[in-house]
Design a protein around this ligand. Sequence first.
Ligand SMILES: C[S@@+](CC[C@H](N)C(=O)[O-])C[C@H]1O[C@@H](n2cnc3c(N)ncnc32)[C@H](O)[C@@H]1O
Length: 511
Amino acid sequence: MVPATKITRANQSVGSQLIRRAEEIRLAVNAGIDPTRRGPLGQFTTPPQVAGFMSSIFTCAYKHVRLLDPGAGTGALTSAFVAGQISRKKRPRTIMVTAYEVDAHMATGLMDTLQACEKACTEIGVSFAYDLRKTDYIRDRADRNKALWSIDSDQYDAVIMNPPYHKINSGSLERKLLRDMGIEVSNLYAAFMLLAARQLVHGGEFVSITPRSFCNGPYFRRFRREFFELIAVDRIHVYESRSETFRADDVLQENIIIHGTRDCLHESEVTISKTVAGGGFEERAVCFDQIVRQDDPEQVIHVIADDRGDVVSERMLALRGTLDELGFTASTGRVVDFRAREHLREEASDDTVPLIFPAHMKEGRVVWPNGQTRKPNAIVANSFTDDLLVDSGFYVLIKRFSAKEERRRIVAALYDPRAISTCRVGFDNKTNYIHTSGNGLPKDEAVGLTIYLNSSLVDEYFRLFSGHTQVNAADLKRLPYPTRKQLLTLARNCKSLSDQQLVDQAVDSLI
Ligand SMILES: C[S@@+](CC[C@H](N)C(=O)[O-])C[C@H]1O[C@@H](n2cnc3c(N)ncnc32)[C@H](O)[C@@H]1O
């Protein structure tokens, strides 16, 4: 009789061969991708190290496993899953794969990979079957869902996916089909995640790699709610460097891998790991409550991947104020330049008022006019633009998009009406502004708020829940804030609105 360790080693070698073969196929198919289809279909395939890691985080020891891989590309994830399963000591008796791929070029590679999976399984006595569906996953789901009286037999024990990332246009057929299935999402990847999560059996496992953008923001609020109702997430992995995951493809998305189980209770602790720049690996256990606060109606996901994240989260939660309690609110600037083009002027004249762009924000203050920007400095005040303007006063402006070279993602500046003589002013919609029911703030509170928002603490906290450079008004509304008294202390004690050291010292001494 062959000893068990030998069998496992032999299985591992069959697994490794399978991975090598799948990688050859992936690289060959990648080389022939039609560049015009790559973006629209989100054709960025998963490299073997990432796929291997994803397959390794499945926890169940399956006897019979039905796997779903929607948007399977050349099958990088399916092959990693199969290799992982057959290399285990307790390997499954049967593996059945359903893989969707809409693109014919990708599907040829997928067929080759599935055949390689079949060969590997046969070699070591695991029964393997596959169903390659060369069709659109969303349309197929919609068709199968049409027959409301029939039971959906398309169910799975495991899902693995790196779905396409692409905006779903509001008037598109996809949007309509998804709406008919009760799904309101603005990106394909979120639609794939929800549809696949619904197809899991009770206790089924879910593993995905996607952009981090679903973790926060109003566009994904409904998605987060439904997803967390279906899937109890118990593991999160992030990459410290934006370009680490899909280095060869120049993808500059921040990616997140999650593992969870269908219909289970949320674990009290979640494992969070990260690949640090250069390839190192760190792992820790974090209370689920710290990741998704129980009292948070937005269900925002905070990825606290290291000790520093812990400290930042604790310190921020020590702040007791909210924007609401302060009587302030955050909105996006109302002037959309291309819609108001005919009313914009390069320079001010008798019939204009200042128009403030991010280019006017310098070292914590709004400096207007700016002779160096190609942006218009002024907007005509007339009946068309009246609704776009606000009365002059103290406001805190926050850039909606930070430039790559900017150290911080949250960049705030004080709009001081004493420095700019005008009755009305327009804020461009690439800025957010904090106001009191549409009017300015009391001066010292505005100064304190600018200092607070420019602190490293706020910036680090923001990065815990946001994987992108965009700052939404909703993100600003949900930050913890100092109390009014603390804002006044900041305004009194800190002599700069943007000197990082002074600002950080002042904010640190509050907590
Ligand atoms: C981000 S790639 C990932 C491929 C593969 N999962 C991997 O990890 O290497 C997404 C794949 O989904 C396919 N795709 C895009 N839209 C699809 C749809 N509506 N239905 C099925 N597949 C789709 C693309 O052609 C592409 O191959």
